[in-house]
Design a protein around this ligand. Sequence first.
Ligand code: TRP
Ligand code: ZN
Length: 896
Amino acid sequence: MKTDQAPSIERSDYRPLPWRVDHVELHFALDEEATVVTSRLRCTRNRQVSAGPLRLLGEELELLGLTVDGAAPVDGQLARGEGWLELTLAGDTAEIGVVTRIDPRANTTLSGLYVSRGGFFTQCEAEGFRRITYFPDRPDAMARFTVTLEGDAERHPVLLSNGNLIEQGKLDGGRHYAKWEDPFPKPSYLFALVAAKLVALERRVTTASGREVLLQVWVEDGNLDRTGHAMESLVHSMRWDEEVFGLELDLDRFMIVAVSDFNMGAMENKGLNIFNAKYVLAKPETANDVDYENIESVVAHEYFHNWTGNRVTCRDWFQLTLKEGLTVFRDQEFSADMLAQAAGAEGAASARAVKRIDDVRVLRAAQFPEDAGPMAHPIRPESYHEINNFYTATVYEKGAEVIRMLHTLLGAEGFRNGMDLYFSYHDGQAVTCDDFVDCMAEANGVDLDQFMRWYSQAGTPRLRATGSYDAAGHRYTLTLSQHTLPTPGQAEKLPLAIPVAVGLIGPDGKDLPLRLEGELHAGGTTRVLELKGAEQSFVFADVSAEPVPSVLRGFSAPVILEVDEDDARLAFRMAHDTDAFNRWDAAQRFAERVILGLTADVAAGKALHVPESFVAAFRAMLTDGTLDPAFRAQAAALPSEGYLLERMAVADPGPLRTALIHLTRAIGARLANDWLSLYKTLEVSGPYRYHPGDAGRRALCNLALKYLVAAGSVEGFDLARAQFARFGNMTEGSGALAALMNDGGVERDAALADFHSRFRDDALVLDKWFALQAGAWRWDAVTPPVLERVKALMDDPAFSLTNPNKVYALLGSFFRANPAEFHAVDGSGYAFWADQVIALDRCNPQVAARTARALENWKRYAPALQTLIRSQLERVRAIEGLSPDVAEIVAKALAD
Ligand code: TRP
Ligand code: ZN
């Protein structure tokens, strides 16, 4: 077992390895309780590096044999410590033999080799390979792999690993084997094997250069009818990467495998992507529109890693955003293009904006709080205790924003040139974030030194924009300033290079052509200003009447924008901003102001009034037939509770929930007729197809039901009940059920029971059932606290603490998506949280640490809550044998 005090790993401590592994030959004698792994490493001394031993890392391994060039190590040649062994080798080459025994069935961490539903699966990122055999398990150690799997032919008929299948056959005793060879050198974190009873959907496609390749989606028997969408998504991803980046699949075979027990979304192992089943399986009866969208983007993400991550990989784990930020950016652009394509020329811009809004919602709800709390870190951290804790919203989502800023600053063509240069220099290498940005700079002849601060500085910058109009001179001056608050371990903040996309809206609601003073001609209605200093002014000429500025169009930088806008100005932008993102953002800002005002009134015991101006502006947007339904659904959805808590000076979930309930009911009641007519005109008929146009209509209809049921509308209730009874597809069924949850009555429980009996044998669908109940609001005083329901559901036979999807659906939804219930003033939620973190930590530290993070921002909460939280954090900290994963989270949360 690991001990709680994991050492701090520092970025500045990186040293290249004195020994290379050129080739590794692995043999797996697969057995649930005693798998024997035989490894042969062909090593070469790295002459460029000062001399040193060959260091192999291993964890929870039983070492059965170790040889150097076929013989036992001689006296003094071998040194061993906790988690490593070192061999001092003479000469320039050596062949090392290692035999280890492992117990996959006992491995509940889901890292390394483990058993799930009778099959063998691996997860090696970040440091799982060392749980399989002794190896230089770090990403700059790239080797060519040959892998032989030997297992039971009956129970594990399918034997898969990376690369190409080169040999297979029968063995004695009902066993068989398969031998795989991966032609590309790779780090150990990209190794994978699967041995299970599976079936595949297959497709042969031709790549841009005319090679025929075999695509497979492997699932359990009985799920083949849910693989079509994943396959479609894969084919679209391949085409897109060829067209947009000129990048082609480099293998003859590409496999996706679905597994039920998986810590994260999916994993980009070379040629053998392993997926959480949730991001593979879909058919209309069991998956909703959001599931379809998520599958498309996760399939794309993992496929895109083949170049950004695998062909060019990370030198060390501090560079994680090199592959993750870039690959998230690529999958975001891919999804936006798919949406735009489906929407056609007319609707393309709006479709792209809808995707951008989704991505910014995630950033604001997850990354902004992270960047303002005890875990705040730059996208390229300087130190860590447990690398698994750094697969964060900052590294992924903010990392993608940093890449997007480069794309904005350099343009699509300049960015592509930088990418081409990156692959020409670094294909086959393990490199750093600096290497990537250097390519962007060189390809475009620009200096990105200041831009690099985005990689080293933590915290969300605040961007302040103020304008002044000079009527006599027809000039408008926009002053931009930036400021970043201190974060743990980083008090001083330097100015960043921030691209700020700006437009000026005239009094008639039309965008003005923009000419900066000193320029000869006006050009465009949106301009990207580059803020580099702490404060800078930009003067626009030929402005004949005072304009309304629209700042940070398209969310051109990951910052908190501060502008003083009164209600009238927000309403004006809600009606006229030609930038769809900013139009949505104006609505969000107005809603935020109203909600925080109501929250203050709740706390002060005042009567609650929703301003008429807000309802009018909201209604105007909702009923604007020129706006597509998907966009209107985004505009009519209130800001997330997590984001709103972040915006409060002191986070107080109770009054906030009361305010949200009041506002939801008011919008439902006062716009009841609009919601009803929207529902009737937009309802989608005919068989389900995954299409963004239909999805937008379904989203708006489901939202209408939620508002109507919350407001107690009899007609709305009837529509929800009818939609649920009809259950045309999962988007309609789960949407109707979600709406019925906005009522405390018996019908809600009847619908939940009905849903359960319909899907009792479908684990993925039951996750929705768990999540809806854990995230439920209490709409009346007689409904018992949600915690009671959550506790009862833990005893449901379908729930399991060892399955991450179940934990995220039930516990994750309660801790993250239901702040008012979790933060109950009696502290019951916190005691429950500590119980679960402690229990989870015994089987799966990664999942435990993610769960633990739900309370890291505790110092932002009301003082009475803080006292209660602190005692539970301290309780967890005191646990004997706590994993380094959870230990790091609670230590940082409790630090001063
Ligand atoms: N590299 C994976 C991705 O970005 C993430 C991942 C999958 C992962 N499984 C993991 C990270 C386990 C850490 C641990 O898609
Ligand atoms: Zn990734």
